[in-house]
Design a protein around this ligand. Structure first.
Ligand code: INI
Length: 154
């Protein structure tokens, strides 16, 4: 049996983070978690590029362009869509996740999803470094694993 799996080794690798300014109280904590995870796994802080976009709607197009640039081993998409009183949430959250899924399948490097879609601000904060962990950290861990696996698949 031949088993292939990515190791969590960031040494010598370069990553991009694309983050929304919308709901920045939450998304800045996701960025902090993602950077902490990458650095703890050996990525040099100079090898992390941070791109900011207005909102989640803008993530797929921006991530697509960033993933097409030379030199990155992976891209982490971070955002936060919180339900309001109108159907707007469904459209923004749906198109963002669908769009990022398309980008992830088309890109030659891994793209991971650190976009929270929650009913309340409290639920979002719980997932941004309080009682439910930090989904930015989780998305960074996944990109590390996938980047190593993709190198084995080259
Ligand atoms: N963008 C978000 O990132 N999160 C939200 O919760 C949100 N809501 O609720 O509207 C949101 N809207 C803005 C959208 O992503 C675009 O930036 C905007 O429509 C301009 O294209």
């Amino acid at each position: 049996m031949n088993e292939f799996k990515g190791d969590l080794v960031g040494t010598g690798k370069r990553f991009a983070i694309v983050v929304t300014r919308f709901n920045s109280l939450v998304t800045e904590q996701l960025v902090a978690g993602a950077i902490d995870c990458l650095v703890r796994h050996g990525v040099q802080s100079d090898d992390i590029d941070l791109f900011r976009v207005p909102g989640a709607w803008e993530l797929p197009a921006a991530v697509s362009r960033v993933a097409g640039r030379e030199g990155y081993d992976g891209v982490i998409a971070l955002g936060c869509v919180i339900r309001g009183g109108t159907p707007h949430f469904e459209y923004v959250a749906g198109e963002t996740t669908r769009g990022l899924g398309m980008v992830a399948r088309q890109a030659t490097i891994p793209v991971t999803l650190g976009v929270l879609t929650t009913d309340t601000v409290d639920q979002a904060l719980e997932r941004a470094g309080t009682k439910a962990g930090n989904k930015g950290w989780d998305a960074a861990l996944s990109v590390l694993e996938m980047a190593d696996l993709f190198r084995q698949l080259e």
